[in-house]
Design a protein around this ligand. Sequence first.
Ligand SMILES: [Ca+2]
Length: 646
Amino acid sequence: MKMELSRVFSIGLCGLAAGLFFCAAGPSSASAQSKIQLQAQKIVVETRLKAMAWNSTCQSDIVSLCKGVKSGNGRVYNCLVRNKAKLTEGCIKTLPKAKPLVAQLRQIEAKLRPAKIIHDAEYTIIEAQNRKAWAADDKAIDKKLAEIRKKNGDKPPNIVYILLDDVGFGEIGMDELSVIRGYKTPHMTALAKEGLSLNRMYTEPSCTPTRVAMMTGRYPTRTGLTEAKATLAGDGLSAEEVTIAEVLRDAGYYTSHVGKWHMGDIEQAYASNQGFMHAEFPIHQQGQLAIMGRDMESADIIRGVDPNRQKQTFTLDKLFTPDPAHMVTGVELRDGKLYEVEMKAGEAWTQKKYREMNERYQRNALSQLRKLAKQDKPFFLNYWPLFPLSFVQEHRSQYNTLNGGTMADVLVEVDEWIGEIVKEVDKLGIAENTIIMVMGDNGPFLQYEGPTGQTDRIYRGGKTDHLEGGVRVNAWVRWKGVIEPGSSAEDIIHVSDLFTTFARLGQALDGVPRDRVIDGVDQTGVLLLGETHGRRDYVHIYEGPTLKSVVKNKYKMHLAAPGDNPIAAPIFDLYRDPRERRPVDGIKYGPWAGGQFAGMIKRHLALKQKYKDRPPTHGKPYEGIENLRPESKKIVEIFLLGLPQK
Ligand SMILES: [Ca+2]
């Protein structure tokens, strides 16, 4: 990572004590001073920084301690300060000398930064009509946040965010509904009663896209990462994306990730390089860990992965059928380095190991919680369990449900785990300054409907579908003493909104990038002021890179096939027809709604002319993992041979 320090410092930032003042002043526009004057000042400060010979004094520290930390927003400087104890003597001496200059640069950068976050065209339209009401809300929100902070020693709230895999709306936390499918999730049902239910939470249709949207505040298609991959891919979340973990970390949070990640197998995509100071996660996901194994072939969950089950007479490419044990499994960040854990060379991957991995993440999420609660810093704990996804019937003495499906049964177990986390927050005495949020990441995995015991229910469709069944999930937020217990909101929320909302709650809005479209809108109003204080009445629903439907208020249009008149595309009234079976009468709605939807889609796509979708980011898989097993090295070697050689 060759990088001039002047460049490192030249991009505005927040987070350090000296910088906070300027950040708190907000990204005000450069009204008094012209942009040119500010840019000239910036060059002067940068030159002075350069004259301090930073390059030679701190370069080795940056390479060894801040590898993977992105330039921009002062992240590298923050990294050096964080690692002060480990820095070389020369670098330590230079840090205080540079501090006032860095602060000055921040001030200039804050002024140069565009004042507003760039949102989708649709947001601009509703913002213009609600400006007055939102300004009043903002005042009330700021007052409330200031009161909460005062009560908690000026510390912004901790955030515990739990994202469950493949559980669509009605599968969790609604016991009266789930009894008809032979199970209950009492702990999540209790959580719903203690907090706010977000009844119109939209996600993306599958794992990777939802996680990208949550982490970056952007529709995944803008980031170039839309596919949910299971095998070696050589791509992932770009270093250029700014994640909520980075935004919160730079504002003084301790950031910790435990569990599923699923945003790529290249080094820059790892959780540990996307803003998390503690990170333990599998490089891939359950396709490898819960589906592709030989145990799973014996259970008839998958076919073709066990070479011993059929003659291999004409098999020339023995790696075409992947062995899950050849791919890297779980990794952990230890002293700044990433290691694969609990997996020996030559070892097979089994359902037993998958279960152990899940139990380890639960154990470690709890121990993280205990550790983080003791620190002075506020924390962001991002816990994304791999369970309830589970496909093999485990032989246990006791089953949990009448349903008996592999996933229904494990779901009840995960419900208990969530109960443990909530209980621990209460026990640690941090409940009043800790937001707990639990939600699903997409609809049910209907492709495995039989063995898992899952099915779609209120909404039609499941994972990978743009239908409501694919993208509607339960979501609850508990914040003791702040959010009214048992409340609910019908405002539309999209998972990307969490990026912006968490940034505001963490006093970190200044870290939200202003050079790209941020789809996530600030929904703090729904949390603090309640229903009807949301700032979104629309969602664009993509399947991969393709826009498939658009929601506005209670209406939803499924996009017309190429060549068909968009005005005549089917429109559904989601309150009257939640399963999207009978489009509304085209003659009665088409003339106005069809045209309005078509315009909404055009505006959304037009913004992409200025802010283009990023192409996918490619690289060598598994770089930066210290202890790659020989079998993992081999599959990478062969994978690379298949790529165009330079
Ligand atoms: Ca999922």
